[in-house]
Each structure stands twice: as C-alpha cells, then as structure tokens.
Design a protein around this ligand. Structure first.
Ligand code: ATP
Ligand code: MG
Length: 652
C-alpha cells in the first residue's frame, strides 16, 4: 500500500451473498480447485482447455510472449474453426441435434440442426470460394439477426477469410469506414430488416455506403423482408447464388494464429478500434468460458444470448463459444417489446430456455415495465442467468434473481471487452457465493489486479485501475493496421510492468472481490474525492422511483467537479417535481455519504445509449457543462439528445 490518496473512493457496501445450492454444486462444470490448479501452472491449465477442440496438428508451445504485447498461443498448432463449431458434432453422431431455434420478429421460425448447419456453411463457403475469397481476405457482413448471419461468419472462418461484422442499424457512413478500413472484398447484406414490427431498408443503405468503394467486388443479398431492391452489376441474391452450391466442402486447417475476425469496439469513449482476433487461443477461451461460466451441458440445456451479432458478445457467445460446445440455442431477430413486452419470457417458456444471457440495460428496462409481465409466464426452466456490458446495479441484480430466476438461479455478472475476446472476471455457478453487483473474481487461468497510479496493487477496500497482468489465450492480437495505436491505447499506461490497461476503474471489497466501477475517464473528482459514476448510479437505482440513472462530473468552481445525475423515473413517479428530486439527493447522501450527494438531478425521458445498450456519459457531460454535443454516430437513436436538451430547456 502507498501513502497517496486512493485512485477511487470506496463508497457502496453490499452484504448480501448467495451461496450455491448443494444440488447445483454437485453437478457444476466448474470446480473450486481450478483456481489453484491454474495458478500453479497457467500454461498447463490452458493446454488442457485447448483439448476441448479438434486440432489437425498439435501445438509445440503453449505461449510465446517473446514479442509482447503481441502474443502467440498454441504455437505450431493447426485447426479449422468452422469444423470445430459444426462438422465435428455431426461426425460424433449429433447431426440431428438442433443448433439454432431461430425466432423471427414477425413470428416466423426455423429450427436448424447441426447437420443442416454443416450443409449451409459448406454451401456458403463454396459460394465465397467461387468469388475468389481465400485465406486472409476480408468479408464485411451487415445483416439482421437471421441464420444467414451465423452461416456467413462460419463460412468465412472455414475458408480462413476474416469477417468484419457491422451492426445492422449502423449508418452508411459507419459501414463505409469499416469496409474501407478492412478493404473488404465481399459484402453480405439483406434486402431489409424488421425493426419494432416494421420492415426497414438495408440494401439501399448498403448501396449508398458502397458507392465508389474500390475494394468491393461482390455484394451478396439475403432476402428477408421481401421488399423491392435495386440489384446492380456486382449484386447477387443469396438464394440464387448460395442455395445451389454443393454441400461438400473440405475444411482446411489453418495456423493457430491465423486471423479470424476484425470487430470494431462500441465507440462508447471515442472512435471505434478495429480489434483483431485469431483462431486457436480465441476458440479455446470462448469454449472454456461458455462451458464453465454458464455451466452449459450439451444436449440438455437450451441457451439464449440476447446480444446482436454485431457486438463481440454475439461473436463469442452466440457463434463461436456455444457452437464449439455443441449448444442448442435460441436466436431471436427482434426487439424485446415486439409485439408485446413479454416477448422474451414467452420465448423462454416456449423453448424451455435454461441459460439466459443479457445486458443490464435490458434488465433495467424490464424492471421499468414491471414484474407482473414476467410473472405471467412459466420461467421455471431457467437455471443460470448472465449479465454483460456494464456494471449491473445491485438492485437490478436482485430483481433479475428474484423475478426472472425465481430467487434461485445463480446470476453471473461477466466482465470482459471486445479486446479480451472472452469473459475474464465472473463468478462460477456452483462454486462462487454470488454478490449483487460484483463480477467478483478472475476466472481460473486469468489474472487481473486493481492497482493505483504507481502500479501497486491496492488493498482490500481500495479502488483503482483494473489491469490484466498476464497474457490470456483470447487476447486481441492488435488493432487492424495500427500497431502504434495498439501499444499506445492498452500498453503504455503501465508499460514498465507490462500490464494491459483495460480503461475501467474497479475496487476490492473486504473479501477481496472485484467490483467494476465504470470507465476511468468517467471517474469524478469532488473536493479531492475520486468517486465512481457507477456507485452513485447504483444508489439512485436503489430508490423505488428510479428506473435508470446516469451520472457525470461537471466542472464546478468550488468543488472541482459537481455530480450531475440524469434519471428516468418509473411509471407513476415519472413527473418528478422538486420534492421528488430533493428526496433523491437525500437518498444518495444516506446510501453512500454526503460527499456523493448530486449537485443537480435532471429528470429525463431517455438516456443516450450505444447500440449495445451502454450509456454514453460523455454526451451527458456536454449537456451538464452546456457545451455543443459531441459525436453521436454510434448512438442507437441520435434524436435522444435533442429530446434531453429540449426537455431541459423547457425547465424540467
Ligand atoms: P470503446 O472502447 O470504443 O469506447 P466499449 O468499451 O463500450 O467501446 P466494448 O468492448 O463493447 O466496447 O465494451 C467493453 C466495456 O464494457 C468494458 O471495458 C467495460 O467498461 C464494460 N463492461 C462490460 N461488461 C461489464 C461488466 N460485467 N461489468 C462492468 N462493466 C462491463
Ligand atoms: Mg472499450
């Protein structure tokens, strides 16, 4: 411990814990002694995890870190990622098992077995190969959540081509910059997509994006909504071009370090970064984490991750992890309130979903809609609940456990990033006594620490910077085309120690469990106290009238920064008024201390969020400091900022 003031004050305390039941523990995939086992010999531990996969050639070295920060895992090993996710399950006699229960937004459905998935992926691989797509080429994919999205990704992996998936809601400009950055040869898209019950165009946006895009030779168009679309010279229909291809395709084995995909980060803090992932280490860690964190049992569980394929969660926990582990999963195309607010619970009931993985933003939305909605459905099949994307407020965690998990399904709060490729910090169901709001502990095989400015680990109860101090198999292998930005962004802050700096603040509680406290860029400095936005937001959300809260530090002449909170109130309380606001300020002071009492609380109808549901605090800081609003291109709905600003001007 050092004498300096802490990097982050520790305000919120939480005493509730939920030990696993004996029944759950007895059947759990994860074992308590794995932590020690992995610590004793990290490389041997990961080598054992890599045995989950089929390798055409075994590796000769587990880790080569001599070129740090560029890692090589399973050096000399060769494998085909798509073979591992599809073919081998058919070969082991599970071809008839359903891989994907697909549910379309308008109510249409498709069940796809592993044998059918193998045929579809082989056809798509043959189609791409006939266009000259080959190992190392880049293919951009902008599709809604339809089976072809997964098929297209696997077809690329099968050929050793890299995919760059772009979220379906992104603008032509956002697609174009990603296509140009990766110099994509082929783009795969659809005629349109369903959004909130209506067909919206997709192909026309893609045409606009690709006007003059020199690298693009072909555009493959999946028919989804059936609307008229102009087909130009370089365009082909998926059903005309892919469906007639042969279902025979021999997968080639690629080097363990062969690139698998590029994916751009959410852009919550600034310009998105093109994160590069490779094959063997990535697939090893997504398969391992999906197995232990969700306690997944192939052939028994029905798994559902609600992410979009355009985010890393869709890559790792819809495509690669679950399929490598022979999961049967639900893939849902639409929004959670189309056609009604019980849509998710209805799907869980119909498909007997047993593992459900979603984001805090959605859980808070469900809370706002009311617990009487899930109460109408039979959710008794659920046995593990996951959360990812943002810190989950303790009250949202409790609601999730009580109202969705019937007070018994373990909740796993999983911390990770596009850059880490897979889950890094999370409880293990059946092993860990869970705590509302805490991601708790690095997984066996992973090492993470909370350190201060001098890279010294803080003690129990202390706060600081979250770092990863040992390489891990699914770590990013760089930023596409920009090695310098890679070193600068992640490795320069603690260069002497060789730590990866994640950009997030965190603390240890008195048991030594880790709590994520949001971005360090968002940490507030109030009269010399370093206060995390997450803790103040959690205190606000713990008040019964508050549905959602976002907190920022605005410059203040006397205290350095003052805390400004934006809150969405629940149904009946929605009007707000001075008294309600005063009560909330006092509530925060009571929950975590007078220093954290917000200077100002603004009642708003919505909060600015990225398409993956993360609150964009930098825009709210612009509002709080009366500045011109910054770049809104990665917002899900850019009109939200106008709504917020105009509501404030009208005196709310
Ligand atoms: P950019 O890096 O472009 O600003 P981003 O960081 O939002 O975008 P992602 O990689 O999608 O892009 O998100 C990773 C971040 O999400 C983490 O760094 C962390 O801040 C947050 N996060 C994810 N899961 C959790 C979690 N369980 N608890 C707390 N924070 C989480
Ligand atoms: Mg980030």
């Amino acid at each position: 411990m050092t004498e300096q003031s802490p990097a982050l004050d520790n305000l919120l305390t939480e005493n509730r814990t939920f030990p696993p039941t004996d029944e759950f523990a007895a059947q759990a995939n994860a074992k308590a002694d794995w932590y020690d086992k992995a610590d004793a010999d990290r490389e041997a531990f990961w080598a054992e995890q890599a045995e989950r996969l089929h390798w055409d050639t075994k590796w000769s070295q587990v880790l080569d870190w001599s070129g740090a920060p560029f890692a090589k895992w399973f050096v000399g090993g060769k494998l085909n990622v798509a073979y591992n996710c599809v073919d081998r399950h058919v070969e082991s006699g599970h071809g008839e098992q359903v891989a994907i229960h697909w549910v379309g937004e308008p109510g249409d459905t498709r069940d796809i077995t592993y044998a059918q998935l193998k045929d579809e992926v082989s056809k798509a691989a043959n189609a791409l190969a006939s266009l000259g797509v080959t190992s190392g080429d880049r293919v951009a994919i902008q599709l809604p959540m339809i089976p072809e999205a997964i098929v297209a990704m696997l077809a690329c992996a099968r050929l050793g081509a890299m995919h760059s998936v772009v979220f379906g809601g992104f603008s032509p400009a956002a697609l174009r910059s990603r296509v140009d950055d990766a110099e994509a040869k082929v783009v795969i898209t659809s005629d349109g997509q369903y959004r909130r019950g209506k067909a919206a165009p997709m192909k026309t946006n893609v045409d606009e994006a690709l006007d003059g895009a020199a690298s693009v030779e072909k555009v493959i168009v999946v028919r989804r909504t059936g609307e008229e679309v102009p087909m130009g010279e370089r365009d082909v229909w998926w059903h005309e071009f892919v469906d007639g291809q042969s279902t025979e395709h021999t997968p080639e084995a690629f080097d363990s370090e062969h690139p698998l995909f590029i994916l751009y980060t959410s852009g919550t803090t600034g310009k998105p970064k093109g994160i590069l992932h490779t094959s063997g280490g990535y697939l090893t860690q997504v398969a391992y984490t999906h197995h232990v964190v969700f306690d997944h049992k192939p052939g028994e569980d029905v798994y559902w991750c609600t992410a979009d394929i355009g985010w890393v969660t869709g890559h790792s926990y819809i495509v690669y992890g679950p399929l490598a582990n022979r999961a049967t999963q639900v893939v849902y195309e639409g929004t959670p309130n189309t056609p009604h607010e019980g849509r998710h619970w209805e799907i869980i009931q119909n498909h007997k979903v047993s593992i459900y993985y979603t984001a805090p933003t959605l859980i808070r939305t469900f809370m706002k809609w009311g617990e009487d909605i899930p109460a109408k459905y039979d959710l008794s099949s659920l046995r593990v609940l996951g959360s990812v994307g943002e810190p989950i407020n303790p009250e949202a965690w409790m609601w999730y456990r009580e109202h969705i998990g019937a007070g018994k399904a373990p909740v796993v709060d999983t911390w990770w990033q596009t850059e880490t490729g897979s889950i890094m910090i999370s409880p293990l169901p059946g092993v860990t006594s869970t705590k509302p709001g805490s991601a708790q502990r690095p997984l066996p095989g992973i090492s993470a620490k909370v350190v201060d400015d001098t890279a010294t680990e803080v003690g129990k109860g202390g706060g600081g910077y979250l770092v990863l101090d040992k390489p891990w198999p699914s770590m990013l292998r760089g930023i596409w085309g920009d090695d310098e930005r890679f070193r600068e962004t992640y490795w320069s802050r603690f260069a002497d120690q060789g730590f990866y700096f994640a950009g997030d603040g965190a603390k240890y509680d008195n048991d030594g469990d880790i709590w994520l406290l949001g971005r360090v860029d968002d940490v507030m400095n109030v009269s010399g106290h370093r206060i995390s936005t997450t803790e103040v937001e959690s205190a606000l959300v713990s008040h019964p009238t508050v549905a959602e809260a976002a907190v920022v530090g605005a410059s203040d002449p006397t205290t350095g920064q003052g805390i400004v909170a934006f809150v969405i109130l629940r149904g009946a309380a929605a009007e707000g008024g001075d008294e309600a606001v005063q009560e909330l300020r006092n509530h925060v002071a009571k929950e975590i201390g007078p220093i954290a009492k917000p200077r100002q609380i603004m009642v708003v109808p919505e909060l600015p969020k990225t398409r993956s549901g993360k609150i964009m605090r930098r825009l709210l800081r612009d509002v709080a400091e009366n500045r011109q609003i910054g770049d809104v291109t990665t917002l899900a709905d850019s009109s939200v900022m106008e709504l917020i600003s105009s509501g404030l001007k009208s005196g709310k």
